[in-house]
Design a protein. Sequence first.
Length: 344
Amino acid sequence: MNQTRQARYKVAVIGGGTGLPVILRGLKKLDVNITAIVTVADDGGSSGVIRDYINVVPPGDIRNCMTALSEADPILLDLFQYRFNTDDDFLAGHAIGNLLIAALKEMKGSLSEAIDLLSKFMNINGQILPAAPDPLILQALFEDGTIAVGESKIAHHRKRIQEVNVMTIDGEPAIKASSRVVEAIMEADLIVLGPGSLYTSILPNLMIEEIGQAITKTNAQVVYVCNIMTQLGETENFTDADHIEVLHNHLGVAFVDTILVNTTEVPKEYIINQPNKEYLLQVKHDFKGLRRLGCRVISSEFLSMKEGGAYHDTDKVVEELGRLLDSVRLLEKNNSEESIHSIG
């Protein structure tokens, strides 16, 4: 088992990509037990190559989450994240952490055991769980009826997505979640979705049947951290309400309780220059649509321009998540007191 501490709250963060570890680093400052539930549908880069070679879930997002939650020496973390830049046919582009995760899985025969062992070595504060025990394949159905197979290929089509689903390597529907995932969702006080790619980082987790069922049944407050910018091939021309509508439509029920949206305007020069070629425009606001969808809206200046990109200000986001946790606990306390009075 990974390290857990006695804390006031339990928080499960679900996603993948660069957004998930950012939130995890901030949550370490709160009095919470953290569970990171990580997508296993990534098929690009070093993770995709290792996935194909060894039949292990893509390790990249797991590696980044470990680094975010680790209390290890910074030198060890730098080594864990180091990516070979040699021209060697195999090592080029691979991160040492990815290779370690794959090697331990092969040694132990179990990914969960491998992650638990490495988590002890890395002094992880929390637990990191792959969404499913085996790698999955993400498939997108576009509105024109065509289909794209593979997470890394979907955005290249630049078509409007009607729905996504996940399958096993054998082409069967993805039903089973990894050990402890459903338990973490059902026991959580707060579940955080995002920030991250809607169709390729967040939904691949929720479309696993056991996870989708758990998140619609849990008593936890479900919070969606809405992306600041739209994303090419995924959420072009989306409003914040469009994001929630897609989530609700995929699970067939309104399950997102609260959405965090940024109100700060992104500098025009950033939008014009498009330094990373992933984003188009700022996500538009549709507060009326969000209210219609049953979402509580928390809007604030969450924007942080750094490293050439538009990112969430981690401290401000986590501050709001902390307030939400306190309000959830206060509501539970008031309900409990009302029950006692009614019995008396």
